[in-house]
Design a binder for this molecule. Structure first.
Ligand code: FAD
Length: 325
């Protein structure tokens, strides 16, 4: 079933015609110096998010150590340049006119496993590390407890910030401590008791960056850890449309119910706007079947919220983070 393409296609064309160059030469030069050339300008965010939609980021910067991170946060503060920490972009919908300012990717020293065997049943990792690498280390060391994260396509920092969870468990259950850099460059350690987690969120000071996380695991055999991960990956494959680009669950599950069930109930499975479709496998997934725009996804989100509110009396809250212009 199709619905009319949103007016935003026209709005986007108009805006693109009148949109001024995002960064001037001096700003570019400063950033090139700051990041030792590890910076890309006018980067299409469709290449850096799992939804595969979104306009350009003014500058995509690869931050490889604490020193550079501190300097870039100082630069952002001094020049009032906005910034966004970008993990794998698996929970982000970037709008079609893109992101102003800096998208910061944590790499190098900020994406490493800490290898100290002294840690026993604890595991520490840089925030930029992909969860699949963290889980490989769990398997190698026979550390269980994090298997529920298997198949979530994010980074350690993204999992902490989103309190990622599945199958009745969430990151907050296994987190021991995080290290944060505040927007003024101060490094702060916070243990679990000082952190305010909620469903798919962590309450953190605006502009702070998670740089490291330590998890408390449970000793298990490597085979058992592997088997549990395989089990969860299989469940995921059977219930989610993994063959398409998406941002995972679009809406949070309301208390005692499932967003997917409600969207299915109001008859929206298979609804399409442009290249975006409400998945017929899992109604809480909007998939990009090719060439979707962020405004297509947003139009489907509006439709789902409206119908579910009207027919089921439930106000769905987005789980994905919508950013940009
Ligand atoms: C197919 C699929 C399945 C999914 N399944 C699940 C699931 O089962 N459970 C679940 O919870 N989620 C799921 N997700 C959503 C997503 O993978 C998770 O929310 C994940 O934790 C996001 O990590 P990321 O690194 O991609 O973060 P991003 O999407 O890049 O960022 C998400 C938010 O975190 C912020 N952020 C990221 N890193 C940092 C940092 N170091 N410091 C400060 N802020 C930071 C970003 O600025 C942004 O606001 C799924 C997504 C897909 C595509």
């Amino acid at each position: 079933m199709n619905i009319k393409k949103p007016e935003c296609y026209e709005m986007k064309k108009k805006a693109e015609r009148s949109f001024p160059g995002a960064m001037d030469e001096a700003q570019r030069k400063t950033l090139i110096d700051l990041f030792a050339e590890k910076v890309l300008f006018e980067q299409p965010m469709e290449q850096w998010t799992t939804f595969r939609v979104g306009g350009n980021a003014d500058a995509l910067c690869f931050v490889e150590d604490m020193f550079t991170l501190r300097r870039v946060l100082e630069y952002a503060k001094k020049t009032s340049t906005p910034y966004l920490i970008l993990g794998k972009g698996s929970n982000l919908l970037v709008k079609d006119l893109g992101l102003r300012g800096l998208a910061l990717l944590l790499r190098g020293h900020l994406a490493l496993m800490e290898r100290s065997e002294k840690e026993g049943d604890h595991l520490s990792a840089g925030a930029g590390l992909h969860l699949s690498n963290l889980l490989n280390e769990c398997r190698r060391r026979g550390l269980g407890g994090l298997e529920f994260l298997a198949g979530i396509p994010g980074t350690v920092g993204g999992a902490v910030l989103m309190n990622a969870g599945a199958w009745g468990k969430e990151t907050a259950d296994v987190l021991q401590e995080i290290e944060i850099m505040s927007s003024s460059g101060e490094l702060i350690k916070k243990n679990r008791a000082k952190l305010h987690f909620a469903y798919r969120s962590l309450d953190m000071l605006e502009g702070s960056v998670v740089v490291k996380a330590t998890f408390k695991c449970t000793k298990r055999s490597s085979e058992e850890v592997e088997e549990r991960m395989r089990h969860y990956r299989e469940k995921r494959k059977n219930s989610q449309p993994l063959e398409y680009a998406s941002g995972g669950s679009v809406f949070q599950n309301p208390p005692g119910d499932f967003a997917g069930r409600l969207i299915e109930q109001v008859g929206l499975k298979g609804f399409r706007v442009g290249g975006a479709v409400i998945s017929s496998k899992h109604a809480n997934f909007i998939v990009n079947t090719g060439g979707a725009k962020a405004c297509d996804v947003l139009a489907l989100m509006d439709l789902a919220r409206k119908k579910v509110r009207e027919k089921m009396g439930v106000d769905l809250q987005p789980e994905i983070r919508v950013v940009g212009k």
